[in-house]
Design a protein around this ligand. Structure first.
Ligand code: SF4
Length: 266
């Protein structure tokens, strides 16, 4: 199937099914410099021309001191496309890199979240589009189930704490294999981040496990994403969803279950 058509169909399906983009929205794409967010931006620009609702698209990048190359090529590429782009140099993150170069993802994401809202505010956006893919959903599901004792992945649509921004993930039905092919096709300047070279963490191990399984069982990740939309709650153990139990009953904490929850970092 034609790559562009397949990609836009999947992005359009996610946007439509979860009402991600609405009339008059001002969407700011969080551009990490990687293949996924570049694909997301390009897909939204192409869908914008044919969508039944009017919306604007801008983009921003948070500079946290982790890029392995200059952002000049990205800046030039966005200029050529007429995309309004803000590159926000996050001073607290740069300071953090200086003082604690080995800091973990928790700290980094907390700093980035604050900067993301600041950038979106500067662009006067009401929607922030994030480039998480079907692969990210599968990894999050396994990580949460295996290490956090709960069945959860990533929300397709959610809100910032004071409901200032709607956060959307239009690539939830798109695989990273597809984003890789697409950025190659359009010649988008992927700017690698030092963290992409990391190995050995839980996230990377789950990624490898899924890749290995997918080699043996094609479409496995697609089926996993599909499973997230078809819960059979009667065959799970949460009393809130079992017949005859009061709705407000709390789920038992992992520690109360007769299984020891594993502990792991990222
Ligand atoms: S992988 Fe790197 S950039 Fe991403 S949250 Fe972790 S430390 Fe930050």
């Amino acid at each position: 199937m034609n790559l562009e058509r397949a990609l836009l169909r999947r992005v359009g399906e996610a946007i439509g099914r979860y009402r991600m983009i609405r009339e008059g929205d001002r969407v700011a794409v969080a551009l990490s410099g990687g293949k996924d967010s570049l694909t997301l931006l390009e897909a939204l620009l192409r869908l914008q021309r044919r969508a039944p609702v009017q919306f604007s698209v801008s983009a921003f990048t948070i500079e946290q001191g982790k890029f392995l190359r200059s952002l000049d090529a990205l800046s030039h590429w966005l200029q050529e496309r007429g995309v309004r782009w803000l590159c926000l140099e996050d001073r607290p993150s740069l300071k953090l890199m200086e003082l604690q170069p080995g800091h973990g993802c928790d700290l980094c994401s907390r700093y980035r979240r604050r900067a993301v809202y600041e950038a979106a505010r500067s662009l006067q956006a009401n929607v922030i589009a994030l480039g998480h893919t079907a692969d990210d959903l599968c990894e999050a599901l396994l990580r949460n189930a295996l290490f956090n004792g709960r069945i959860a992945a990533l929300p397709p649509v959610t809100w910032s704490s004071r409901r200032e921004f709607r956060l959307i993930r239009p690539l939830i039905f798109v695989s990273e294999h597809m984003t890789q092919l697409f950025v190659e096709r359009i010649g988008a300047p992927v700017t690698p981040c030092a963290c992409s070279l990391r190995t050995g963490g839980v996230r990377q191990q789950i990624r490898q496990l899924l890749a290995e399984l997918e080699r043996r069982y094609p479409h496995l990740k697609r089926k996993l994403v599909s499973a997230m939309g078809h819960l059979d709650t009667a065959r799970l153990l949460d009393p809130r969803f079992l017949e005859g139990e009061p709705k407000e009953t709390e789920a038992p904490h992992t520690a109360e279950l007769p299984v020891l929850a594993s502990r792991a970092g990222n």
